[in-house]
Design a binder for this molecule. Structure first.
Ligand code: NDP
Length: 337
């Protein structure tokens, strides 16, 4: 009997997730349900959003139930099927979980993918995946960049942030990236073509605000926010008139026991600025359009998309935590087959 190892949520994390909030169990591989199929997951997308799904709080998706495997987007191959549209051997992408085999029932989000069109199945989680589409629609539809404007992006060396900054450059903007440590800052300039990199490590709001002011003497026309907290407060002190803030993520708060919130909202009034909360799921009908544009830019060598692939389902916890220590170098993926 083939075994199905599954990475379960046993306890809701308080603050930083602990190793024993999770358990790796081994079960037998289920049979396909009527009109459904079973997928052998090869790659799991490891995303900051998973941390929010572990909390029992109102959100855009129900929390992961205790005892269920940790929800994740996966790419894999149909292993057994009762659905003629998904024959055995078909590659698929879907919202499944960190587990070797997932049962897919009719109506569950899943789609076939054309593996012949890419050099690696991981591309469906990176270049053609949600993170690149987040950067694409967050920039083109929400930030709406104009040539000559100044963009500041946080979490800048990460999966979303690195693509955001490059899209800003493609649109003729001046791009400032904020990330942790000299090596990430070097990559922002050398690998992604940003104009200015600011290392936030160990800096007060005042120091950071001063560095942003030096980098953007006329203020920030656009802020693409992935981090929140004190870094965002420093940006808020440097807005240009009518600045647009794309609120994409708040990773600095995901493990916080107490959320501080934004203490200088007044700056929105001063600068007649707007904050726009943004969720990529809203753009699902337009994914083919965004994916095509991203692939065009990648093909032209104008967009670089880095992947950080860790291996082994037994390393699920350590791989997840890389997002919070900042160890990931590009889109975090876990290979489990
Ligand atoms: P990343 O690849 O950017 O990885 C996370 C990065 O966040 C780390 O590398 C680290 O970079 C930074 N980070 C972690 N903890 C902190 C902290 N306390 N303070 C400051 N920075 C921190 O992940 P993604 O690109 O996948 O996601 C980036 C953001 O986008 C997240 O907030 C995520 O929730 C959001 N998102 C939102 C979507 C939407 O639809 N709204 C869709 C997809 C993602 P460093 O070493 O520089 O600190």
């Amino acid at each position: 009997m083939t075994e199905n190892r599954r990475f379960l949520l046993r306890r809701r994390p308080e603050g930083d997730p602990a190793r024993d909030d999770f358990e790796l169990v081994s079960e037998t591989v289920p049979s396909p349900p009527p009109n459904g199929f079973v997928v052998r997951n090869h790659y799991c997308s490891i995303d900051p959003a998973m941390r929010g799904w572990m909390d029992d709080e109102p959100s855009y998706m129900p929390p992961i139930a205790l005892g269920d495997p940790v929800r994740a987007t996966t790419v894999g191959i149909v292993h057994a099927s009762d659905n003629p549209d998904y024959p055995v051997g078909q590659w698929v992408i879907g919202l499944n979980a960190i587990e070797e085999y997932s049962v897919v029932t009719p109506g569950h989000f899943t789609a076939p993918v054309d593996i012949g069109a890419v050099d690696s199945p991981t591309r469906f989680l990176t270049a053609m995946g949600a993170v690149s589409l987040t950067a694409y629609f967050g920039m083109t539809d929400v930030a709406k960049p104009k040539p000559g404007e100044t963009l500041c992006v946080t979490g800048a060396a990460g999966a979303v942030g690195s693509v955001v900054g490059q899209i800003g450059k493609i649109h003729g903007c001046r791009v400032i990236g904020i990330a942790k440590g000299p090596e990430k800052c070097r990559r922002l300039i050398d690998d992604y073509g940003f104009d200015i990199a600011i290392d936030y490590r160990g800096k007060s709001i005042e120091d950071l605000s001063g560095e942003i002011a030096k980098a953007a003497p006329d203020g920030l026309d656009m802020v693409f926010e992935n981090v929140g907290g004190p870094i965002m407060e420093a940006e808020m002190l440097n807005l240009a008139a009518h600045a647009r803030i794309v609120l994409c993520g708040l990773i600095s708060e995901y493990n916080a026991d107490e959320r501080v919130g934004l203490r200088n909202l007044w700056q929105l009034i001063v600068h007649q600025a707007t904050i726009h909360g943004f969720l990529i799921a809203d753009y699902a009908p337009r994914f083919p359009e965004g994916g095509a544009k991203i692939m065009e830019w990648v093909g032209e060598g104008r967009l670089r998309i880095d992947e950080d692939v860790q291996e082994g389902i037994e390393n699920s916890y350590d791989t997840f935590m890389r997002l919070f220590t900042g160890a990931n170098e590009g889109k975090q993926i876990l290979k489990i087959a």
